[in-house]
Structure formats: C-alpha cells, structure tokens
Write a protein that binds this ligand. Sequence first.
Ligand SMILES: [Zn+2]
Length: 599
Amino acid sequence: MTNTYPEVWELDNVFSGGSDSAELKTHLETTAEKLVEFEQASIQFAVPKQTDDAQRIAEFLEQTSDVSVDIRQAGAFIGCLMAQNTEDKKASLLQSEVGLMRSRFQSAFLKFKQSLMETDPNVWTELLKTENLKEFAFILDEWRQEAKRLLSEQEEGLITSLGIDGYHAWSELYDLLIASISVQVNLDGQEKTLSVGQANNLSAHSNEQVRKESYDKLEAVWQEKEELFAKTLNSLAGFRLQMYKKRGVDNVLEEPLQMNRMKQETLDVMWQAISEHKQPFADYLAHKAQMLGKDQLAWYDVEAPVVENAQQFDYEQGSEFIIRHFGKFGPELQGFARHALENGWVEAEDRAHKMPGGFCTSLPKSGESRIFMTYSGSMSNVATLAHELGHAFHTHALRPMHDLNRSYAMNVAETASTFAEMIVADAAVKNASNKEEKISLLEDKIQRSVAFFMNIHARFLFETRFYEERKNGVVPTSRLNELMEQAQEEAFAGSLSEGHPHFWASKLHFYITDVPFYNFPYTFGYLFSLSVYAKALEEGQGFEEQYMALLRDTAIMSTEELAMKHLGEDITEKGFWEKGIALCTKDVEEFIKLTAEEG
Ligand SMILES: [Zn+2]
C-alpha cells in the first residue's frame, strides 16, 4: 500500500538531526547575536517626537520582526521535538534556552513599547497615518495602550523575573503533582495502572462501572491531596492578583479580555444568551439519563455513549474524508489540507512516549505549520485532525500579511479550528450509513454544545467567583468545593444528580499562568464559528474568499469590528449569540426525535 499521507511528520527539512541538530545550533547562535543587537537598539531607542520619526520606528519594527521570527521558529521546532518524544532530555534543555531568549526579547520589546507611550498624542495620531506606519496602526496603538497599563520597566522587569520561580513555578508544580498521580482501575477484568489523563479518558467508556470506578478513584486522590492543590491554586491566584493590584487593575477579566481583543459587554451578553437558553440542553441530558436507565445523569455519565458505534477510519480514509468535504467549502482549504497531509506536516502515529493531546504550531521562517496528535481511528480523531488543520489554515490565510500583523487571539483562533471541525462533523452526520451511526455522530455534536455552554460555563463561573473571594484572602478547600458545586449546578441547569466538587483540582486550565481565564475564548470561538458557518452555507463556494479575508483581519482588529465588517453583526447584542445557540438546539431536537423512535 502506498503511503499517500505519512503518519509521521517531517522535521528534518526544518532543522535536520532532531535535538542534536547542528543546523539548529547555528540558528540559535545567530539568534543570540541578533538578540543582543536588539537589546541594544531598544535601549537606544528614543521617544518619537515628530512624524519624521516614522522611518526610525519602521526600521525598529523590522528588526523586532526578524528576531522574533527566529525565536519562534526555534521554539516551535523544539516544541515538536518535546511532543514527539517526552523522553528527549536534550530537547527540554533547548526549550529552557529558548525560553530565556523569549523573556529577554519581551523585556527589550517592553522598553520600546514604553517609549511609544511617551509620545505626544497628537504626534502619535499623525505618525500612524504616515506611509511607513499606517500598515501597523492597529498593533502600534495596541502596544501603546498596553504600555500605559503596565508599571515602569524596572517594576515589570522585577515581576517577570520573580514570576519565573513564583507565579509560573506554581503552574509547573501543578504539572508535577498531576504527573505523580496514578490510579488502579479494573478494565476488562484486569487491574490497570492509569495516569490522570488516561483515567479521565474513561469518562466516555460505555460501561458505567468503569466510568464510576475511574471517577471515584480519582476523586479519592483529589480528596486526599486537596490541600496541596488548594495551596497551589491560591498561591498562583494570589500572585496574579498582587500583580494586578500594583498595576491598578481591579477587574480580573480586564487582562483576558484585552488579550482576546473583546469588550466586557460582549462577554456578558454571550453568557447571558447562554444562561437564558439552557433548557434544550437540560432536556437533552434528561433524555439521555432516561436512555441510560437513570433518573438523572451523574458527572461521570455526561460523556457516556448512548449507542455502540465502532465505526473506524484508518488514517488514509480519515485524511481523504477531510479533503473531500473541505472541497465542498472551497478549493483553497481543500488544496491546503491536501498539501499539508501529503507533505508531512502532521504527526499522527499512535505510539509510546508521545505527549497527550493535540496542537498546531507555526514555523514562521519555513512558512509552514506542524500538527501534533495521536490518531487511533475514531470519528473524533478525524474531527481533531480537521480542527488542527483549521488552525493551520488560519496561519496560511495570514501569510500575505506582514509578520507583525499575524498575531491573533485565542477566541478567533478557536473560530478557525471549530469552523473546519464543523464542516467535517456535519458531513459525517449527513453521510451516516445507518441510524445508530447518525445518532452517535449527532450526539458528538451535541456533546460539544454541552461542553461549551455548560462545562466551560461552570469553569468561568467558578473562576470569576474564586478570584473575587481570593482578593480577601486564601480561599479554604471546603469553600473551593462549594464554589465549584454551585457553579456546576447553575451551568448545568440542575441537570446532574451529582457534580464534581474537586473539578478545580483536576482541571489543568485553572493552573495555566501564561493565559489567564483559559475558558471563555473556547465558547466564543464555538458560537462565533457557528455564525460564520451559517453564512458559509447561505453563500456556497463563493464564501471562501470572504472567509479568508475575515481570517486575515483577525490580527488587526477587535472582535467587535471583525464581526461588523465581515458578518454585518453586532456581537454586543444578545441576538447575535442566540442565532448560534438556535443552531445547536436543532441538533438536540433531531437527536430526541431519532432516539424517541428507538423505543
Ligand atoms: Zn484549537
């Protein structure tokens, strides 16, 4: 059999030789030299005082982009090495080396941003209109605003350096705590020792005993170690709040909203729309409980399958399925996916020592991306592959832009990926060869709505309330459990017989320090992409060009402007969000109809 789509990615054409690569070594040496020059240039960079300074700023921007591309190229490559083999010790050393470069780059770059802050507002307005700088008007202005919010360069420098062994170390400690845990679960008559990730995956097991046992075993560990996790979470949050306090920031959502280039009112109406439309999803959960022969679902039943669907796709079939259905949307997406799949951009092989999970990373210097995942043949693997290809396509759409105009936030990143995933998930439902298969695929889709409207909502409610209480001091373990149970009760609209009080200990996302509030951007991306998807269905193949224009603008405007310009929608209005939710409600109605006929 010919291997049209290699299952192991090609990294040697980036830097040959893995973590021993001489090419990479040379690249890092050159980057280190460029970094020293960049640091000097940032120290010497004088506050712009007149429009004639535009040329000088533009030159500095080129230098910024050049060194940043080199650092990101190395970082992405090393990230791939770490993911493909968790035992690659050399890669982990290289990662610290690049991490240090990145923080030096950021400090020097902050110096530059701070000098922009000092420019007179009238001169600033004129500067942004100059031939040299008008292309960068959005990001320059964003940087200037950001600098205004930050403390002095010395103070920010101190926070950054203390954060390595303080703030971020708590997050690393969490990873170590999780890695140190294993549980014994009885699977097919055998006692198996499982990691937290493996035990969590059993939440989708068809046997209730297995789901319950893995949940109970994990719960026992959370219970036993709750003080360790509570200390970690409280310390991390305390550091973040102190940092915000020094910067004069009271609202914990301020930073995450700025990172996602969206307004508080947009976030508020999104959750409001979701809160007001919980009923169909509560009905779905009640219906599912009935199908499983229960009064109400427990936490560990939510992801249980309702029908046996063992449909498998080998990697070749999965890839072809994606290429075929992407083609119905547009030729650019199809051609791009085929190119990526044929040319070793994807690492999909199911083998030992790979990191769990999936990601897409961009190699800015090569003009390529790499996708990492473990493919074992389920429809959900096919959807993940489509999801990651969606991320890669976003980067691809931005290629014609200047490198500095290619950074987009998580909420719109998840829009591009979910959009691609939706094309495939929808096609799968339509192509289902029998009723059982259709039910199972439809449920996969509804599960996503439950995740984004209920599970993620609970995380958001918990996290906001926890941070509010943390402002007044350490939040005790019992209170963390209580806050979590309340959040789940509310977010799942009272649909569960029992929640997961220690969810705050088990969920990695609360412990990520680089990205605060790692939750609402997912829900945003999901609903936003639904709206783009609805428009795509309306307009047919011709929509692809419009879609690519939207993706290109994700790096140079706020989400409110983006939606207005490309969709003609005001996302600060509840009505916008309700349209997306209505599409998800239809899936529920169809599911209930199909499964009701069953009995
Ligand atoms: Zn994603």
